[in-house]
Design a protein. Structure first.
Length: 416
């Protein structure tokens, strides 16, 4: 959900300082004006309420890297300490909004805990406005009564890795059954109840060929917010990267046609491409996740990590909700996750988008290549260049047809 000062942020959990989206970590806009009132400032954290999950997705970083889980839930003492920690953080940052992005494993398995947490937090620290969003596989939301309980979330990030068989390639139950039939029902329930959500598609070589087909099917189902991310490990060969480029242009052409027909559909890759091509202000040293701003990840035991993906990596642990984050840890991660080293580490001095790209997920870089700044350069290029070309097509289509809808949805406040 966009904050009041950032009209260009679409389908996101919350903006912080109008710089980045908590869920997709793409940049949006410039810094807030110096007169930004207290009520418009927010702090946030991505929180794991449980280690449990009802699916067994083959690419899941949560289960596939180093981690041994006891399938436990966050207890009450840890939850209360987390509320107090975030309230102190908000006081320090002169904010009065505290946002929690519930993550997992599968956070909806802990919906009674989440409901209790939010009500307790509001009573315990009434000075602050508490909001929350969730990233979910959607299985439980196939039940309309359960979906109704999800009104507690300001926004839902629904994992939809394609439609039908494309989705079921990865997103299966432990017994091998696919989960698409449940996700399809979840989409219908959320639409019926009027609960805002973004369909978030994760693409890899095995399902990338179905990206356009899946996006088209989602739009025909009435889905209005779509984001297509990529698995960032070194699994992409030249053929699959060219397929990614092809699929993104097919998607762009289709969605531009929809916009020209008056069907307002938000695609995160248009936004990323616009950011790459049209933004004049380069990203700063602190415009990245992993620096213990609003990207911190809080695990079920109360341990705090650089971000939600860093959970379980000892060297990326910053502190815990009971004792806080030592100043030296904050300084360490601010320096560690700075952007300046990425250009040098990857030899991207001539890369045209080096001032605007985030160089991928830094923790994925660390897991795959042992260096947070050493990214998957062929994938970075394919992704950025495809998004940039899509944005240019969108801009030219809007100019050629004088489309106010395209301008208002994607370029207002950016292109003069």
């Amino acid at each position: 959900m966009p904050c009041a000062t950032c009209e260009s942020c679409v389908g996101c959990q919350v903006c912080y300082s109008c710089q980045a989206c908590v869920s997709c970590e793409q940049g949006f806009g410039g810094p807030p004006p110096p007169t930004l009132p207290l009520t418009e400032r927010a702090v946030s954290a991505t929180v794991y309420p449980t280690e449990r999950c009802n699916l067994s997705c083959s690419y899941c970083f949560y289960f596939n890297y180093r981690r041994q889980f006891a399938r436990k839930d966050m207890d009450e003492d840890t939850a209360l300490a987390l509320m107090d920690f975030l309230a102190k953080r908000a006081e320090r940052e002169k904010a009065n909004v505290i946002h929690i992005g519930w993550f997992g494993a599968e956070p909806t398995l802990a919906i009674p805990f989440i409901e209790w947490f939010m009500e307790t937090a509001k009573r315990r620290h009434p000075r602050y406005r508490w909001t929350c969003s969730v990233t979910t596989n959607g299985v439980l939301l196939a039940d309309e009564g359960f979906a109704e309980r999800c009104r507690i979330f300001t926004h839902i990030i629904l994992s939809v890795d394609g439609v039908g068989e494309w989705h079921d390639i990865y997103r299966r139950f432990p017994d091998g059954r696919g989960s698409w039939q449940y996700v399809e029902k979840a989409i219908r329930n959320l639409q019926k109840l009027g609960i805002p959500f973004t369909a978030r598609m994760t693409l890899a070589p095995e399902n990338v060929a179905g990206a356009y087909e899946s996006v088209k099917a989602l739009v025909e189902m009435g889905v209005k917010n779509i984001f297509t991310g990529v698995v960032e490990e070194d699994v992409w060969d030249e053929e699959s990267l060219w397929e990614l480029r092809r699929q993104y242009q097919l998607i762009a052409d289709y969605l531009i046609e929809q916009l020209l027909r008056g069907n307002e559909v938000h695609w995160g890759q248009f936004r990323h491409g616009i950011d790459l091509v049209f933004r004049e202000q380069p990203l700063g040293e602190h415009d990245h996740c992993g620096q213990l701003g609003n990207s911190m990840g809080v695990y079920v035991d109360g341990s705090i990590y650089a971000c939600h993906r860093a959970v379980g990596i000892p060297e990326l642990k910053a502190g815990d909700v009971f004792s806080g984050i030592p100043p030296e840890a904050e300084a360490k991660f601010t320096k560690m996750f700075s952007r300046s080293r990425a250009v040098e580490a990857n030899g991207l001095w001539s890369y045209p988008f080096r001032e605007r790209t985030h160089f991928g997920c830094l923790v994925a870089n660390y897991e795959a290549r042992g260096d947070i700044h050493r990214t998957n350069v062929p994938l970075l290029r394919a992704y950025d260049e495809s998004c940039a070309l899509a944005a240019l097509k969108l801009f030219m289509a809007g100019r050629a047809h004088q489309s106010k809808l395209i301008y208002d949805v994607y370029f207002k406040g950016i292109v003069k």
